[in-house]
Each structure stands twice: as C-alpha cells, then as structure tokens.
Write a protein that binds this ligand. Structure first.
Ligand code: GLV
Length: 352
C-alpha cells in the first residue's frame, strides 16, 4: 500500500536527539543511503533509490560519503528534493548557488552554536596570550616552566573581531568581563543594540589596531584567505590571532611565515585549511595553541544543533518554509548565477 508520507533522505546520523528525530516518523519516511562514497552515492541516486524525497538532513561527517554538495551532486539528486537541512553553522561544504539553481532551499544552524564556540574562542585567546601551550607541554615533559616566556594580560588589550555575528557577539560579552576593548569589522555596520559597545572600524583599521584578532566570519569565496601575507604586514608586531571559524579564511602558509618572523607572536586555532591535516609549521611551533575542531564538541550543544536541524525538517514539511534559511537564500531567490562582486568581508553568521 502506498503511503502519503513525505520522504526524508538522511545524510549522516543523529547521535543525541533520538526522541525528536523519531517524531519525524509520524509525518515522514526516512531513507538511508547505502553508498559509502561519492561515486556510489551518485549511482544510487541515479538508480532511483532516493526518488520522491522532499527533504535531506545532513551532517559534516556525511561529506565522507557524498563529497561536497556541488553542481555535480545536486544534478544527480531527484528533482523532488526541495529542502536541505544542514546540521552546523558553517555550510562551506555546500554550494548555495548550485542549490539555488536546482530550486533547493538550504538551512543551517545559527545561534545554537554560539555559546560553545565563543567559550572555546575565549579559551584560545587566553591560552595564546598567556603561553599556556608551552607551559602545559613542558610540564608533561617533566620541565617545570622551562623556556616558557611570560605572557600578556587580556585586560586593556584591543580585540578585533572580524565578523561580529552570533559567535562574535557572544565572544564580545565574554571578553567584556576581561576588560578588553572590542573593535569589529563587518561588511555593513550593525545597529547600536547589536554592536553593544563594540566600535565599528574598517578592515585595515582592524588589522592595524588590534592586539588580538579573532576570526568569526563564515568561509565563502569572498572570505577565503582574507588574511594572507599583505594583511599580516599591516598588523601590529606581536599580534595574537585566534580562529574558530574555518581554516581557509586564513592563508596557513602565510601564517606560519608570520609566526616565524615574530609578526604574529602566538595564535590559537580550532580550525585548519585541510582538516584533519595540520600544517607542520603549526604543529612544530610551541607558541601555537591547537585544538582539533572542538568548537561545538559538547553534549548539550550537539543535541541543540540536531534539534535545530530537525526543526527545519518539521517546518519544511508542515509549512513549506525553513526556520533558518541560509543568508544567500533568505530573501527572494533568483535562480540566475549571483553577480555579486568579491567583497572584503562577507556577512557574519546571523544571530536571530
Ligand atoms: O564548525 C562548526 C559549525 O559550523 O557548526
């Protein structure tokens, strides 16, 4: 007997929010692909195995099966697919323009990631300023404080936040407790209530005035390598850089050189250009605090993220609209290729 239930393609697992996920069974049939790699996935889709799916849920690790959600992949998916609900704030594994061309609406998970990521961001700022990596490393080698230089206090330092979105603003609240002076740059200035006392500056001014630069902007074609050799040369000598956004917003080779020259004194990184590979020049540098992409690596946050993505599935099925469409598709969406020129700094994550 044929069912009237909608179909959801599950690209990746639910790990925490099982009860909420199971609530989808009342309204939808869940299809789980058998493929273990991209070629198999495309073949499976072309065989008709996913025909009729209205929505897809996806996780970061599902990239190991599907690869990037790009024109080739989207073209192989059934035309019935109208909604792609990504579980994560950053959606650089998805080509929004390809999805728009194929009339697929994409959602991400803003807000739910803000606290956990800002907490880790703050830890990296303090760790990089205070040379905690050297101290911890030497202690485990049995060398109490050997070659551990004195650090610097955060109090009174200028923190430049590149991308004052949800995570950036949450970070600002935390650093206010450390009496840091916050300046920021976004493509457009925020309203005073969102600025919350942060000073809006140009991109170049942020580079030249900051003692600590925090990268909190999404990765896209406009922000890839937004910090490279030229930008490092405009910074203060001994600047500290922290990145919890995406590795590729910074040119890692240029960063390694800037660390070697002392232009960058230390840095705190949660993200890398070619995860899980880490640049050898970073691995070998004791001034660098390295974390393996743990911004949202917490039970509560991961569950909240899954629930948010499931909210998007529910909303798509019951109302035909997503709760948190990605900014590129938030307004009326034109299917023609975007003509937007390359801009200095893209919009940070939304913070609705
Ligand atoms: O990196 C984590 C996310 O984008 O949610």
């Amino acid at each position: 007997m044929s069912s009237n239930k909608k179909k959801i393609l599950a690209l990746g697992e639910i790990i925490h929010a099982h009860t909420y996920w199971n609530s989808l069974n009342d309204i939808a049939e869940i299809i789980i692909p058998k493929a273990r790699g991209r070629a198999e996935f495309i073949e499976e889709s072309k065989s008709g195995a996913f025909d009729g799916v209205l929505c897809a849920y996806r996780t970061f690790p599902s990239e190991a099966i599907t690869g990037r959600i790009d024109e080739e992949l989207v073209s192989a998916l059934p035309k019935s697919l109208k909604f792609l609900c990504h579980n994560g704030a950053g959606y650089d594994q998805i080509d929004p323009e390809a999805c728009t061309r194929h009339d697929i609406r994409v959602s991400n998970v803003p807000t739910a990631v803000d606290d956990a990521t800002a907490d880790l961001n703050l830890f990296l700022i303090i760790g990089a300023l205070r040379n905690l990596n050297q101290g911890m490393f030497q202690l485990r080698q049995g060398n109490w404080l050997k070659d551990v230089p004195l650090g610097h206090d955060p109090e009174g330092k200028i923190l430049g936040i590149l991308g004052l979105g949800g995570i950036g603003r949450t970070l600002k609240k935390r650093t206010d407790a450390f009496d840091m002076k916050v300046i920021y740059h976004n493509r457009r200035r925020l309203s005073p209530d969102l600025e919350d006392g942060a000073e809006y500056v140009s991109f170049d001014e942020l580079l030249s005035r900051s003692d600590v630069i925090s990268l909190n902007l999404p990765l896209n074609s406009a922000t890839r390598h937004i910090l490279s050799t030229k930008e490092f040369s405009k910074m203060k000598d001994g600047v500290v850089i922290v990145n919890t956004a995406r590795g590729a917003v910074m040119d890692e080779d240029a960063l390694v050189q800037a660390l070697a020259s002392g232009k960058v004194r230390s840095c705190g990184l949660d993200v890398y250009e070619e995860e899980p590979k880490v640049h050898p020049g970073l691995l070998s540098n004791p001034s660098v605090m390295l974390i393996p992409h743990m911004g949202t690596h917490c039970h509560e946050t991961r569950e909240a993220m899954e629930c948010w993505a499931i909210d998007n599935l529910h909303s798509a099925i019951s109302t035909g609209k997503l709760k948190s469409p990605i900014p590129e598709q938030a307004g009326p969406v034109s299917k023609s290729k975007s003509q937007r020129s390359r801009i200095k700094v893209a919009e940070p994550e939304r913070n609705e």
